[in-house]
Design a protein around this ligand. Structure first.
Ligand SMILES: [Zn+2]
Ligand SMILES: [Zn+2]
Length: 166
């Protein structure tokens, strides 16, 4: 959703509040595309100190589905956004989510989501992950594969050892 901040600047030293809806359906970034499964309306507060100067506060809660780092099970991850920005709409240099006096709410939220993107996603603390041999989800049970990976040098020694035995 886009909202015009001109209204917020109508009166000097005034506080302006607005609720905006978030259109964002997925977060598409270098790591992949992650569906937005729930989102709260975006609360926007703007304090107009003087001509063109706005102190913008934006808050929202977005629930994004991100696969577990180990087993790839989708995990609902809540990302809280509580951002504060100083804008000077009289200047030519503006953030990407500002065009003239229009604020691209989705653009700003997208930007904030990236800043608050979780560094690590686990379906549970002790997630066992996937078997590197057969790909089975080890949380569902043991697949029976021999996952004892030998160091190549160790494997060579083992070969010699096996040769002596036979
Ligand atoms: Zn997992
Ligand atoms: Zn396996």
């Amino acid at each position: 959703m886009k909202i015009d901040l001109a209204e917020a600047m109508a009166v000097e030293d005034s506080l302006w509040q607005r609720e905006a809806s978030l259109d964002l359906e997925e977060v598409s970034i270098a790591q992949g595309r992650f569906p937005v499964i729930k989102k709260t309306p975006v609360q926007i507060t703007a304090r107009h100190s003087k001509k063109g100067r706005l102190q913008l506060k934006v808050s929202a809660e977005v629930l994004v589905e991100i696969p577990c780092d180990r087993c790839l099970t989708p995990v609902s991850s809540a990302i809280s956004i509580d951002a504060e920005r100083q804008l000077d709409l009289g200047e030519s240099d503006q953030p990407v989510y500002i065009e003239g006096t229009v604020l691209d709410v989705d653009g700003l939220i997208f930007h904030e989501l990236l800043l608050h993107w979780p560094a690590k996603i686990l379906c549970r603390e002790d997630c066992k992950g996937l078997c590197p041999v057969c790909g089975a989800d080890l949380n569902q049970g043991e697949c029976g594969c021999d996952r004892h990976v030998l160091d190549p040098r160790m494997a060579a020694i083992q070969d010699i050892f096996n040769k002596f035995q036979s």
